[in-house]
Design a protein around this ligand. Sequence first.
Ligand SMILES: *Cc1c(COP(=O)(O)O)cnc(C)c1O
Length: 393
Amino acid sequence: MIYLDHNATTPVDPRVFEAMKPYLTEKYGNPSSIYRAGQDVRKAVEDARDLVAALLGATSREVYFTSGGTESDNTAIKGIALNRGSGHVITSAIEHPAVLEAVKWLEKRGFTATYVGVDSDGLVDPREVRDAVRDDTILISIMHANNEVGTIQPIEEIAAIAREKGVPFHTDAVQTAGKLGIDVDAMGIDLLSLSAHKFYGPKGVGALYVRKGTRFDPCVHGGHQERGVRGGTENVAGIVGLGKAAEIAAAEMDEERVRVGRLRDRLERGLAERITDLEFNGHREKRMYNTASVIVKYVEGEAMLLNLDYHGIAASSGSACTSGSLDPSHVLLAMGLPAPTAHGSLRFSLGRGTTEDDIDKVIEVLPPIVEKLRAMSAFTGDTAVEGGAHGDE
Ligand SMILES: *Cc1c(COP(=O)(O)O)cnc(C)c1O
């Protein structure tokens, strides 16, 4: 299989798996136990916390382990909201559902929210965020890089506005943690979500960074684990895996960025040369080096995906969470694409295992697929042109 869906999830790095193994077998103590078998495991959890903190330029006491990106986003948003009791939240229209749905849930409970829009490159305008701030604003949450189109938001500028207004700033950095250098102090971030499985760690574990002194309430009540912020016996093997993934990412990030960036550019060039009526989504410079989001006009994304799958190529149309539904991506719609056009989107997200041969195979295989599908749709009249079969959506 040629796997080009790293924004949906990544394979566990073999070095991560090796680090985790003992904690699934002989090192099974409960980190809360006072005897040695427990304390050895406690040390492994705290070592992992140090590694995650180092990845973010944070202190270890500011890092809380969670079950992943979704829980981190929910804890950040609801944790602040529950602490304040009422107020207004600012977020963007292109956030991951983990943020959007958490904010909508708050709206049903009396909180208010502003969803700032984006331009055609998928960029949030910091001035719009500034204009949205009210006296009762309790939180600003804007993602670092978008999972679908890769656009990187000006979060330093937004964080500076939040700081000036005395409002905590949260960022969903699930797509950037372990891929881009992050320094929570230099960037002015107060809360940050990350997830291990997006950077070669295991699924079901993540972390939430919360700046020291930020008032927030726990969302998972139980034991005193994670200093009372997140009750429940720790996912020790997962946490150790997250720590190892963070350590590897910190060491290899710079090299990987250059290597994968070249491959992504090769892919985009190759497709642009061979496919007519092809457009790229996302800001041309301010975007993730591993993501290529394309619109192939007059063809359904799902049809291309199935054909690619037949050739052993795994990619995505829209986000993984919404695939299976026929709704066009909320991100592309927010960027101003008409629904029928958004239906023709394909996302290739490259990663650590991607090779030049993988890319060349896609460049070879996709153009004839597009040609075939365009010929078929012209024949049946079932095209996805604007005002066509999907014009009323
Ligand atoms: C994958 C993803 C999440 C959810 O993370 P999980 O660990 O799968 O819950 C949240 N935000 C973004 C931007 C993501 O890409």
